[in-house]
Design a protein around this ligand. Sequence first.
Ligand SMILES: [Zn+2]
Ligand SMILES: [Zn+2]
Length: 342
Amino acid sequence: MKTAFVKKASVISVDESPKPTLNSGDILVQMHACGICGSDLEKVFGQYGQPSMRLGHEPAGIVLDVGDDVSEFKKGDRVFTHHHVSCYDCHLCNHGNETMCKKYSETNLSPCGLSEEYVVPAWNVSHGGVLKISDSLSFEEAAMIEPLACCIRSWKKYSYQEGDSAAIFGVGPTGMMHVMLAHVKKFSKIFCFDVNDFRLNFAKKFNITESINSMDENRKQKIFENTDGLGVDVAIIATSSLKALDDAIDVVRKGGTVMMFGVPSKGAMIDLDMSKIYSKEITLVTSYAASETDTKDALDLIESSKIDVKKLITHTYPINDTQKAFEHAKSGDNAMKIIITK
Ligand SMILES: [Zn+2]
Ligand SMILES: [Zn+2]
């Protein structure tokens, strides 16, 4: 079977790898679709690039085989599989910080999601890390469950009300999911920032208030003009660019929240005027990955058609073209979500 590996910085190889062995409680899945995430790009092109890093954590596919003691799943089931699953029993889990749990980072798919076949470990199988999907849901849509779950998790970390306003910095695939969630939450105003014209225009099709180029000199003014001089209730940073944080602090209203959602590069530093953050009483929140609850919530929103993730999938590539797909995702050229298929 073929598996994608990080060969060296910026280079992916798709090589034959040994078929994984199935232990008691494990299940073997044939990957049908797996999205490319910003964190995958960071592993290949960023500071983390090194051999043996696992690529692909958003896979969905068909169960090929199950180990002894697996009764909940059988051959032929269509599933989404979560790569990390927490213990739900430690101090961190008990305080709602499931994605910080030691077990969470220890569990993983083997060899990885970007592989023709992969094993889901017994722990994940028995702790809610495998979700059956309905026949009407495509595997490509199911591959959107994980990124949507990450977005949903971040929305649980601050309070908001119907009619509130949001500014979303970076309208790539997850930024657009935040736009869709803002609609679900009945936000009245949604402002989208990006430097990529394709994405700014793409966002306009989603009933937003305004698409604003992040280089536009009047970008902050546009928000204040549109919010009675108040600023937005929530500013969501869905890009790794920390320049957006500066703008977010300026355009969020007094007492508002800035959500740091995008993955910053390792060692990324920024100068912040802390007096501004203090005197505006801004809450800075971060959100890392997603728990099983968030994943189930994401599946519900997709299955109930409250969020149509299909709209965000612009390209698919077969696993043999993983390098090409990653370069495309990195450039963002006329692209939103790019998915690797069987
Ligand atoms: Zn991801
Ligand atoms: Zn735990």
